[in-house]
Design a protein around this ligand. Structure first.
Ligand code: TYM
Length: 377
């Protein structure tokens, strides 16, 4: 795993101190006196309670309800969700509001939301050790998103790489949600005052924008939110089967880790390898071959495999076949659990409902604090 931010990096210094009305530290010896003193103290105490950050850094991450996750989701993010759930208070969200910017069929959205929930649990999220919920089950986040819109210059959003990309890939559906997408993402994270965010590198621009939105809010209304920081895995960018672009369902270059073995075999056997290795006898270049790179994550012996490629002892076909069998075997237990969970949608729904209920007090407390700071109460 990539080096993780330490406690001191995540705003612990602003966690528990008494604060003035604007949320800045308010040392006792600078307090005014008399009646005003009492009022200020009362306000400060209320504010301190409302704005107290979690004692331990809180983790938050979101994933779109794209159905069964692909290898990029797992290696780039989900592995970290699972690893971090024991170290921190962790909250994971299936972001159905975000998905509405491109999924417009209600049944598809409902089905894929449940599929993603089942997949996350099958891959190792334990609803007893972390909170798993569906974004629209905690609608307070849409209010925070609106409030954040008022501190976010539109130019920041127009410059976001994903917005520019979506304008190209869905030119007939450039809905306003695509522009506001990163504002909702910022609200997702900080409504729970989370400061660490396990994500893949493709989400880095969004996270940077979240940090800027937090800074804009804090500087206008006083220190309220920690600036969230990314946490990356050892595979922050997983390339797709085309070997050049990021693995992504919208491009159709994925390896679906919980699919039936034959589907996985087909997807892996279609992978582009080292394009300069034309003949079986040509030496391969494992450093540029995506199949070789993926072997890193599925066995200690990847350097031997690379050596076979380099010396043309093995062919691309053999290396792909081995990767397919290893990936199928690695995800076999999760595939079984996934099927069991999908056979009991009522149980899944219960888990998700409980998750949303568990974090209700955090969302409500943040919104009370924010409304007060902004003059809405
Ligand atoms: P989404 O659903 O596209 O992806 C979910 C997670 O998987 C990671 N990922 C990858 N990592 C490495 N290589 C790849 N090829 C790859 N493809 C996907 C993503 O980086 C992500 O971590 N906008 C977010 C969802 C979101 C969110 C949030 C994330 C909404 N609110 C708050 C974090 C915090 C998204 O569309 O992820």
């Amino acid at each position: 795993m990539a080096p993780q931010p330490t406690m001191t990096d995540v705003g612990a210094s602003s966690a528990n101190g008494t604060r003035g009305a604007a949320g800045r530290p308010c040392p006792a010896d600078l307090s005014p006196s008399g009646k005003l003193d009492a009022m200020t103290d009362a306000a400060a105490a209320k504010s301190a309670i409302a704005s107290s950050l979690p004692a331990k850094p809180r983790i938050f991450s979101g994933i779109q309800p794209t159905g069964r996750p692909h290898l990029g989701n797992d290696l780039g993010a989900i592995r970290n969700y699972v690893a971090l759930q024991d170290q921190y208070e962790s909250i994971y969200c299936i972001v159905d509001y975000h998905a509405l910017t491109h999924v417009h069929d209600p049944e598809t959205l409902r089905r894929q939301t449940l599929e993603m929930a089942a997949a996350l649990i099958a891959l190792g999220l334990d609803p007893e050790r972390c909170t798993l919920f569906v974004q629209s089950d905690r609608p307070e986040v849409t209010e925070l998103c609106w409030l954040f819109n008022t501190v976010t210059p539109v130019g920041w959003l127009q410059r976001t790489p994903t917005f520019k990309e979506k304008r190209q890939t869905q030119p007939d559906d450039v809905n306003h949600g695509l522009l506001t997408y990163p504002v909702l993402q910022a609200a997702d994270i900080v409504i729970y005052k989370a400061s660490l965010v396990p994500i893949g590198k493709d989400q880095a621009p969004h996270l940077e924008l979240s940090r800027e939105i937090v800074r804009a809010f804090n500087s206008r209304y006083g220190e309220t939110f920690p600036e969230p920081q990314p946490v990356y895995t050892q595979a922050p960018v997983v390339l797709g089967t085309d070997g050049t672009r990021k693995m992504s369902k919208s491009i159709g270059n994925t390896i679906e880790v919980l699919a039936e073995p034959d589907v996985i075999r087909k997807q892996i056997m279609s992978m582009v390898t080292d394009t300069q290795r034309i003949l079986r006898s040509d030496p391969g270049r494992p450093q540029v071959c995506n199949v070789c790179q993926l072997h890193r994550h599925f066995g200690e012996d990847y350097e031997e495999i690379w050596d076979g490629e380099r010396t043309a002892r093995t062919g691309c076909f053999d290396t792909k076949k081995l990767l397919a069998e290893r990936i199928i075997a690695h995800y076999a237990p999760a595939r079984e659990t996934y099927k069991e969970l999908m056979a009991d949608p009522a149980r899944l729904r219960r888990i998700l409902d409980e998750g949303a209920e568990r974090i209700r007090p955090i969302a409500e407390a943040t919104m009370t604090e924010v409304r007060e700071r902004m003059g809405l109460r």
